[in-house]
Design a protein around this ligand. Sequence first.
Ligand SMILES: *Cc1c(COP(=O)(O)O)cnc(C)c1O
Length: 298
Amino acid sequence: MDLLSSQIPTPLQRLMNAATEKAGVALYIKRDDLIHPTVSGNKWRKLKYNLLEAKARSETAVLTFGGAYSNHLYATAAAGNALGLKTIGIVRGLELENKENATLQFCRERGMQLHFVTREEYRQRNSKDYLKHISNRFDRPYLIPEGGTTALALKGVAEMVYEVRDQLGSLPDFIATAVGTGGTAAGILSAGANALAFSALKGGDFLRDDISELLNECKTPGNLALLTDYHFGGYAKWNNELLAFMQDFRAEFGIQLEQVYTAKMFYGLFDLIQKGYFKAGTTVVAVHTGGLQGLIRV
Ligand SMILES: *Cc1c(COP(=O)(O)O)cnc(C)c1O
């Protein structure tokens, strides 16, 4: 299936500027944004084994959860469509039912059935009873939680780490990622690498527990450094300083970031580099997790 084999391994590129030179840090970017033109980055990594499992079980439909701008819903719609799986998206916010946006329109065009629920109902998305109810209601589809974050997701993300190891010849000192649910960070740790995890949410300290829960079965995870001060006001919030940083980054390196996840991570990473967080000689690989469907153009 072309969707599951395109553009792998993704390129690993060195990023050098005055700050990295001064600090003696070897910084690389893992271009998971180039995985696929529509299904970007970590959502592809996280969906891969979930969808292969659904296919292996001869499931005909998958159901998952997300907000109205969700990269995960977008990726699930595209990947499900390519794999011949029916997709159902439970969308947070009943009030959005009659408000179209580009993400939801794309999902519909790929055949995703959208079902809008109140925020209170959405909050139950991980409760057992609720999942039983929703499963019955939609004819027992294969269930994938919000963000695609499952044990199978970790396996897909671990493959990204193995690519990095092969490309560099050894594991870097740190692999940096932006964090929403923590699935990507947990996947990095599950492969034995140390993760620098930049929370895209306000009050992200709870992510430490979520990530360690995801690593329940893992005997030798890497070390987690969770950075919670680069959220720019909270999830899907940003300011002009962040947008200016994105523009500077593009001018300097020719790479487009987006304002919800990847710009916050790189902003934080360069801040840490400038503050002397890393010893000279440290190697850091930062994952461009994609998400460019949600970019606001500035
Ligand atoms: C979803 C997403 C993340 C966060 O991934 P989690 O595994 O949920 O922590 C990071 N970057 C981008 C571009 C995303 O779409």
